[in-house]
Write a protein that binds this ligand. Structure first.
Ligand SMILES: *Cc1c(COP(=O)(O)O)cnc(C)c1O
Length: 411
């Protein structure tokens, strides 16, 4: 873990490790900040070297932040240091996006003939990467139900399985995966996409998971103004990944890293507010006649509620629900919300809703949708930072209006 306080003695660094994560989110990532309080933007693609031998050393150093920005950059490193600190890992590496991080893991660590065990309920981009790119490179993939005890371990092929990839809570139905079970799998490297939880919601590395991935585009950066991903893990694994990552080329932009670093300073208060709104909405949805099912790990009715309570500090800002009226109800609902906006993302200041069946996944057949755990009336809600009452009233009001029109047309 980086000593984040230049000019202070080792005692201070030890003391920092004992502080709450919310405090460390404010204090970490300052090692190379001279005496500026806010992060410095190093908007440079390259750096001068004093000598040939210095340039040679920098070119092979997996932590060089002053050689060439595709290898590393001081602003990006500051962001990586905060993530490593919060995840409790030795190191972290930022990428140009969450998909940049995931594709670097898959293509950087697997070779032709290798095998991957992955959760069936996954972010759409990750699913497509595993389903379309992996076969082209001769990498086999087995998809499993991440909520079924032992499913990941049972699908591991000894000597062939290189990666086990899980996502928790997962997109879109917020399935919760037992992190201790994933972390205990011996042999392959274990990867958890922890985007929906954020580093302040859960820490998969504490359960033995090898690599923790975030689309920091979402709640970490938190303002819908940066596209950036990050992987946290051991020094050794990240050095291995780094060798491929500099060739893969999905390096994080220093400007996006600056925004992500600024975002992470306020993550604790945002996550608390968003969890509060999501909880209030999930409770209100449960008794609405237009709603068939509500999926929220913070609700006692969630099938893995106890597991979520055990491994998560906060249930987070996402709530998914199925509308009784199916496709038409989902489409009508999207057009009825007024405060909540209609966009694909999550974790930002604006509360957002998506209806995958009529938008992002409109080209899929019903059984293909079902394989991705998406129903015709499935709506995903991401809590923003508006007043909780305004958001809940808006969503419930929109449901009342579509329910009323459904009732009148049935008459
Ligand atoms: C958005 C997202 C990704 C992809 O991240 P990008 O930054 O959009 O590339 C991966 N996993 C999850 C869970 C996501 O929500």
């Amino acid at each position: 873990m980086a000593d984040s306080h230049p000019g202070r003695d080792g005692e201070q660094a030890v003391a920092d490790a004992e502080l709450h994560a919310h405090t460390r989110a404010i204090r970490a990532g300052r090692a190379d900040n001279q005496n500026a309080l806010a992060p410095i933007l190093w908007a440079t693609s390259t750096f001068t070297a004093a000598s040939v031998s210095e340039a040679r050393d920098l070119a092979v150093d997996t932590h060089s932040t002053r050689f060439y920005t595709r290898y590393g950059n001081p602003t990006v490193k500051a962001f990586e240091d905060v993530v490593a600190d919060l995840e409790g890992t030795e190191s972290a590496r930022a990428f140009a996006s969450g998909m940049g991080a995931l594709s670097a893991i898959v293509l950087g660590l697997c070779s032709s003939g290798d095998h991957i065990v992955a959760q069936r309920q996954l972010y759409g981009g990750t699913q497509l990467l595993l389903q379309t790119a992996c076969p082209r490179f001769g990498i086999g993939v087995t998809f499993v139900d991440g909520t079924e005890p032992g499913a990941f371990a049972d699908a591991v092929i000894p000597g062939r399985t290189m990666l086990v990839i899980a996502e928790s809570p997962a997109n879109p139905k917020l399935d919760v995966v037992d992190l201790a079970e994933v972390g205990a799998i011996a042999g392959p490297m274990t990867v958890v996409d922890s985007t929906f939880a954020t580093p302040l919601g859960q820490r998969p590395a504490e359960f033995g998971v090898d690599l923790v991935v975030h689309s920091a585009t979402k709640a970490i950066a938190g303002h819908n103004d940066a596209t950036i991903g990050v992987v946290a893990g051991s020094e050794e694994l990240l050095a291995w990944l780094w060798n491929y990552a500099v060739l893969h080329g999905a390096a994080a932009s220093p400007f996006d890293a600056l925004n992500a670093l600024r975002g992470i300073r306020t993550l604790a208060v945002r996550l608390r507010q968003q969890t509060g709104t999501a909880t209030a909405l999930a409770e209100a949805l449960g008794s609405h006649p237009a709603v068939e099912a509500v999926y929220y790990p913070g609700l006692a009715s969630h099938p893995q509620h106890e597991l979520a309570a055990r491994q998560m500090d906060l249930a987070g800002g996402l709530v998914t629900f199925d509308l009784r009226g199916g496709y038409e109800a989902g489409k009508a609902f999207m057009e009825e919300v007024r405060v909540v906006q209609f966009a694909t993302s999550l974790g930002g200041p604006e509360s957002l809703v998506t209806h995958p069946a009529s938008t992002t996944h409109v080209s899929l057949l019903p059984d293909e949708l079902e394989a991705l755990c998406i129903g015709q009336g499935t709506v995903r809600f991401s809590a923003g930072l508006e007043h909780t009452d305004d958001v809940v009233a808006d969503v419930i009001g929109a449901l009342d209006r579509i329910d009323g029109s459904a009732a009148s047309s049935a008459r």
